[in-house]
Design a protein around this ligand. Structure first.
Ligand SMILES: Cc1ncc(COP(=O)(O)O)c(C=O)c1O
Length: 490
């Protein structure tokens, strides 16, 4: 969602911020689209979309005083900083002029600490969802801070063990876990979620092959009513994940029949992602506790309540009030402690997303007569969320524009040979010069981990700013030579 300054130009600045604020505090995305539609003008030509960056107070104020403050923020000099380091300086110091991911290590620490603080006094495991970002250095950092891990493949298990995680504080999820992956999990004492009938039999088989009891949780489908909670994307009846709740007794009977291979230790659910209302977690937890009471009444000694991940972040940078980890945990705290349970949470996005940007160089600016484009060297290969989900990630330039730069409505696109290759659509930006720096914000989750080498754009390097302000490379750039290596000797 974007409310452009051009669209709002007939309104006063205070009514714009009011419109943003009331939209977000109102909470529903449908309201946001309605607000946007009501503010939009009809299609205009390039010239009517552009104006001088300094001629209107609103533009310069937006450039110099963003509402949203986090580890990447514009300071009074108009430059973008990562913590206290100018992104422009970082761009000059990296060796190659190719897109790269830039993280704040301190933000990663703060994100984990927010969960640690929220969980104070509860028995708990923070299972970091590795699929959000599998950078080894980030994993090692999270491990040192005390996290467990949530895995969706055997290779993710291998990676977290390499990073030093305790496998008994790791959870293996998935609707299509392979026998060899389950054997690896069973060998190392990983907690395994049962997702279906065949999954149960594969876990039993893995336990038999390894000669060990596997600690299992049942992935229940809470089927939270989407009418009440429109943000729910999974955890409903049509999801491919989880068991059919009507068959719960069948699963319990099968587990009882295999005491040598299985030990039921808990129940799991995962409602969806980018959730910005925490009541939904409470509703699900109430239901889960009901199931757990029923399971316990049959003699099972279960202690883990796993409520999954899914907490959203403020992708729109409007200063919207997004629930914090504390808000989330407080909705379930009473329920968990009243039963003496250990709470497992599986955050991914809320631990990593806001810690990073994708940094790009502007290759050029063009227009097709109807639309204006900023072409950068990053693309859907490095960051696919906008193309894949139509996701909004905030975009801005890293340095103040020259005074004569016009503000225009631009699609920010990459060089990949696909019309779906865009990083942002219809963004109000000052016209950048070639070589200018442009960042895509909130790129720490589901960006690098979803990147590809499409069009032979090799995966980008990653850096983080250390707590002392120094820059450290945390992943090497993939190279053309890496690609050729797959064919060596064939
Ligand atoms: C089972 C499970 N747990 C945790 C997560 C992490 O979710 P998020 O990154 O939204 O916190 C996911 C993501 O889809 C998931 O499927």
């Amino acid at each position: 969602m974007e409310v452009s300054t051009a669209s709002c130009s007939a309104l006063s600045r205070s009514s714009i911020s009011e419109c943003l604020r009331s939209s977000f505090l109102g909470g529903a995305l449908t309201n946001l689209s309605a607000t946007r539609a009501s503010l939009s003008f009809s299609r205009q030509t390039r010239t009517s979309f552009c104006r001088a960056a300094i001629s209107e107070k609103i533009s310069s104020e937006i450039v110099t005083k963003p509402v949203f403050q986090h580890c990447f923020s514009k300071k009074e000099d108009g430059f973008l900083y990562c913590e206290d380091v100018k992104v422009q300086d970082i761009m000059q110091s990296v060796q190659e002029k190719r897109p790269f991911y830039l993280y704040s290590k301190s933000q990663l620490t703060r994100n984990v600490n927010a969960y640690i603080d929220a969980l104070e006094g509860l028995s708990s495991i923070i299972g970091y969802a590795v699929k959000a970002n599998n950078n080894l250095k980030i994993l090692q950092h999270f491990q040192e801070l005390g996290c467990g891990a949530v895995l969706v493949s055997g290779n993710e298990l291998r990676l977290v063990m390499h990073a030093g995680f305790d496998p008994s504080r790791c959870i293996f999820n998935g609707n299509g876990k392979l026998l060899e992956e389950l054997v690896l999990a069973a060998e190392h004492g990983v907690l395994v979620n049962i997702d279906s009938e065949f999954d149960l039999y594969h876990i039993i088989e893995a336990g038999r092959m390894v000669g060990k009891q596997v600690n299992v949780l049942l992935r229940v489908n809470p089927d939270v009513d989407p009418q009440v909670h429109p943000y729910v994307a999974t955890g409903n009846k049509n999801s491919k994940f989880g068991i059919r709740n009507e068959k719960l007794q069948w699963f319990l009977d099968e587990i009882k029949r295999h005491p040598e291979q299985l030990r039921l230790v808990g129940a799991h659910c995962h409602l969806g992602s980018t959730i910005t209302k925490v009541d939904i977690f409470k509703d699900a937890a109430v239901l889960m506790i009901h199931y757990m009471d029923m399971i316990k009444s049959q003699g099972f000694d279960i202690k883990y309540l796993n409520i999954g991940g899914g907490l959203g972040i403020d992708y729109f940078h409007t200063g919207a009030v997004i629930p914090s980890p504390m808000d989330l945990i407080n909705t379930v705290r009473e329920l968990v402690s009243s039963r003496g349970l250990t709470l497992i949470i599986e955050p991914g996005r809320s631990l990593v997303a806001n810690s990073a940007t994708l940094v790009n160089w502007v290759t050029g600016v063009k227009s097709n007569g109807n639309k204006n484009f900023i072409v950068v060297n990053g693309s859907m290969s490095e960051l696919i969320r906008p193309s894949l989900y139509g996701a909004y990630q905030h975009i801005e330039l890293v340095a103040p524009p020259p005074p004569e730069a016009e503000v225009c409505t631009y699609d920010v696109v990459g060089p990949v040979c696909e019309s779906a290759d865009f990083l942002g659509k219809e963004r109000e930006l000052p016209t950048p010069q070639e070589g200018a720096g442009l960042v895509v914000h909130d790129a720490g989750a589901y960006c690098m981990s979803m990147s590809s080498t499409y069009n032979l754009k090799m995966r980008p390097p990653e850096y983080w700013v250390e707590a002392d302000g120094s820059l450290k490379q945390i992943r090497k750039a993939e190279t053309f030579e890496d690609h050729l290596r797959f064919f060596e000797g064939l």
